[in-house]
Write a protein that binds this ligand. Sequence first.
Ligand SMILES: [Zn+2]
Ligand SMILES: [Zn+2]
Ligand SMILES: [Zn+2]
Length: 278
Amino acid sequence: MRSRFKTASDESNLTPARHLEMPALQLTVLGSGTSMGVPTLACHCAVCESPDPRDKRTRPSILLAYNGRNIVIDTTPDFRFQAMREKLDRLDAVLYTHGHADHVLGLDDIRPYNLKQGSVIPIYASEETQATIRRQFAYIFDAAPTESSVPRVDMHTINDPFELFGLKIIPIPANHGPVSVLGFRFGNAVYLTDFSSVPEKSKELLHGLDDFILDALRYTPHPMHSNVQQSLALVSELKPKRAWFTHICHDLGHEQANAKLPEGVQLSYDGLKLEVQV
Ligand SMILES: [Zn+2]
Ligand SMILES: [Zn+2]
Ligand SMILES: [Zn+2]
C-alpha cells in the first residue's frame, strides 16, 4: 500500500508544481495521555482495560519533522519508548511547555543522540521552566567532572517568536493553574497542552488555525486543566478547521468520547500524524 507520506526517493520524481504542494512539516503525536498515562497503574476501569490501541496513551508530547530536522516538544517519562516506536534516528532540538514531571523527566534519554550526532542538543524553555529543569537535572548542569555520560544540552530562553532551522515558532503563553505554560504555533498549527485558561492576548495568536491540538483532560472540571466542555467552548470561539484533544485521562474512551464530539473535533491518539503547511 502506498504510504500517506512521500519518501525522499519519491521526491525526485515530482514535478516542481507538485513539489510545492508537499507538506512542509509532519507532526506526530508521540503521547496523548495525562500525567499518569493510560492505562493508569493499578486501575481496572473499562478504558484502562480497553483493547483499542488508541486507548493506550503515553505521556503528552509531539514530534515536528521538517527540512530533515526532528524537534520534540517536551521529553516525557515515555520519551525513550516513543522515540523507539517512531524510529527517531536523529534529534535536533527540544522545546519545553513547562516543568512538570510528565513533560521533562525523559530528558536523560537524549544521550544516545548526543553520542550519535557528536553534538550538544539545543533546548528551549521559559526562564521559569529552565529553573525547574536545572533543579530536577542538577547533574546535567553541575560543572563537576563525571565518568558517566550525561545529556549535553545548550539552554535557550524563550521570550518572543524565534526561528528554528528555518521554521518560525510563536510561543503562546497560557495559565496552568498557578503555573505558566507555553503553547507553540508553527504555520497554521498550534500545540497547547496543560492549560486552565488562555489570556485574551494569547487568543490573538490562535486565529486562522488548520489544526489545534489542545488539552482536554476529562469531562469533570480540574483546577489545572481544561476539560472537554471548556475546550469545546474555546474551539467554537477560535474556529480552527480541526481540533484534537490531548492530555487525556482514563475517563474518556477513544471511541465513545469521539462519538459525542462535534464535527471537526476529535481525540488525538499516540502515533497520529498530521501534515502541516508552514
Ligand atoms: Zn501534563
Ligand atoms: Zn482506569
Ligand atoms: Zn502540567
